[in-house]
Design a protein around this ligand. Sequence first.
Ligand code: GZL
Length: 311
Amino acid sequence: MLTVGCLLSAGCGKKETGGDKKLTVGFSQIGAESAWRTANTDSLKDAAQKAGVNLVFSDAQQKQENQIKALRSFVAQGVDVIAFSPVVSTGFEPVLQEIRQAKIPVILSDRTVDVSDPALYASFVGSDFVEEGRRAGEWLATHTDGKATIVELVGTPGAAPAIDRKKGFEEAIAKYPGMKIVKSQSGDFTRAKGKEVMEAFLKSPDAKGITAVFAHNDDMALGAIQAMEEAGVQPGKDILIVSIDGVKAAFEAIVAGKLNCTVECNPLIGGTIMELSRKLADHQEVPRHVTSQEGVFDSANAARELPNRKY
Ligand code: GZL
């Protein structure tokens, strides 16, 4: 038994590359803060199962220190590839240096990081958040004839989607002197905090002047809708709401006339992550950035698209 054990352990310890070796991917996920995130996690797990990948999955509960701990544990475990969705853009350079020392390739999933050396990661699989913000701003400009007093529900402070969606939205509305963001506060991408922040906006002295909400994701928009209804305000009519993600609940809110527009952001990137992981483990070239084709949905097309939505 001992010999077999040794043989087996020797076999298990040997690092083969490529071929039919069971690939092990360490994935540090941000958390479960939104319907988008849950769909993203489901996509990763389904894809790993289909691809025969051994997925070592860690949920950081939206805390960067938990992500850094998980990344270090993946190095200690000697995984073949590391992938993660960085909760914020800064603060990951030291651990990325350690991962490079360990010669483990890195894929950024969904969100990007600010690093001095882009070679610290092999590929980024995710959307163009600036463009998503632009599309939200342009939709609002078109549907308000360039006149709107806007309150903004911001995503997690320091997160790439929060920074870039804001940037794109402001760029789009800058062309319209009649469009102004008068309040801006983080709802941390969650429905509960989105509701809380919108309640405070509606209680402020100049609440009567609010004509539109820009929410960085659907979950915060859905929280804002709840806050408006409880305050006797008709969401989608008294105050227009434009958000980003394109989750099923957002489509249902558009059909119900409570949300006016959602800009799609695709979470179903698990298959691409597993495909790139296999390539990296086999020392093949991979693209630096893989993005998705995404749409804009409102009362003109949401009902038709709703049955096709997978998340
Ligand atoms: C976007 C993703 C964001 C979603 C939110 O790619 O990082 O995080 O917009 C999620 O719903 O919480």
